[in-house]
Design a protein around this ligand. Structure first.
Ligand code: ZN
Ligand code: ZN
Length: 320
């Protein structure tokens, strides 16, 4: 990868640094510049300078998915460089107005979580984020919206593979010449990406079925010629296929564990299952925890293995 370099940009989040990739063929292209913080900006500038460029030289910014640790800083770079921005069309609405999207999510998910058994106060905390979160991202206008299967010429052809699941509008960029994939958070070396529940693209009253969608997307990346993964966080994935298989196996096991729990517990709510699986989870972690459990319940539902009954507005699961 002589013509690509990696900059590890700091984030204020638990995940640690985010990987930004710089391509120098055909102008300067960045994948995922990082969050909107002063420290991220300074380290990005210093990193670019070490490679003989400045922020003003950036020609294009590619966004793998609409999470603020990846795209938050892009708007400031566009202001200084006039760079063109590229993202999947399903990510555009979130990128162009992340705060409105967040507020729509709060409106939808607060009652949804309650219907899944979460107590009212916990549901309230679960959909809230510290105010400061809105400081780490700035709205980003997208110049080119990618559709499934598009390729982009950045001096070398990058093939776009749509990989929704971890986030709507997630894409991997594949460089076929050396079988390399830039995977964003779709596949990571050390972490099993959380298929977070969110609003389905273009809707305000329908959630994604994130985990079934995510597993489909894992199979999709396996069908590409990519062998090596450069991820949004952490080290390089030297064997992309076997890492994908590991993640699939992990979800398979967890799904069976949840099926067993439902059987043992009788007719639990999703929240009952989450508490059994992750006791003492802080209320602020309820949303990712519930996303994980509901994702597996969706898989069991797709396999016709569970019955869902709603009583007094609360959904309970039993094994069929
Ligand atoms: Zn992410
Ligand atoms: Zn991330």
């Amino acid at each position: 990868m002589d013509d690509v370099y990696q900059l590890e940009i700091p984030t204020p989040f638990d995940v640690g640094r985010v990987n930004c990739y710089g391509f120098t063929q055909g102008g300067l292209t960045l994948i995922d510049p990082g969050p909107s913080t002063e420290q991220a900006y300074e380290e990005l500038s210093a990193g670019l300078e070490a490679h003989g460029s400045t922020v003003a030289d950036v020609d294009r910014i590619l966004i793998t998915h609409p999470h603020m640790d990846h795209f938050g800083l892009a708007s400031r770079i566009v202001d200084e460089s006039g760079a063109r921005t590229v993202a999947h069309r399903d990510a555009t609405k979130i990128l162009t107005d992340p705060v409105a999207h967040f507020e729509q999510e709060q409106t939808f998910f607060r009652p949804f979580l309650q219907a899944m058994g979460v107590p009212e106060q916990t549901a309230q905390t679960a959909v809230g984020l510290p105010e400061a979160y809105t400081d780490y991202q700035e709205a980003l206008a997208i110049d080119r919206e990618l559709s499934d299967g598009d390729s982009i010429d950045i001096g070398v052809d990058l093939q776009t593979v749509p990989t929704p699941g971890h986030a709507p509008g997630s894409v991997c960029f594949i460089r076929e010449t050396d079988a390399v994939a830039f995977t964003g958070d779709h596949v990571l070396a050390d972490i099993s990406p959380n298929p977070l529940l969110t609003l389905a693209p273009g809707t305000e009253d329908e959630r994604t079925r994130s985990l079934p969608t995510y597993l489909d997307s894992l199979n999709r990346i396996r069908e590409t010629p990519a062998e090596i993964g450069h991820a949004g966080h952490g080290p390089v994935i030297s064997d992309l296929d076997s890492r994908v298989q590991e993640i699939i196996d992990h979800h398979q096991q967890r799904k069976e564990r949840i099926a067993n729990l439902i059987e043992e517990m009788g007719s639990p709510t999703a929240y009952d299952i989450m508490q059994e699986m992750f006791p003492d989870l802080p209320a602020t972690e309820t949303f990712p925890g519930m996303s994980e459990v509901i994702g597996h319940l969706d898989l069991l539902e797709d396999e016709d293995r569970v019955d869902i009954r709603e009583r007094d507005g609360v959904r309970k699961y039993t094994i069929d």
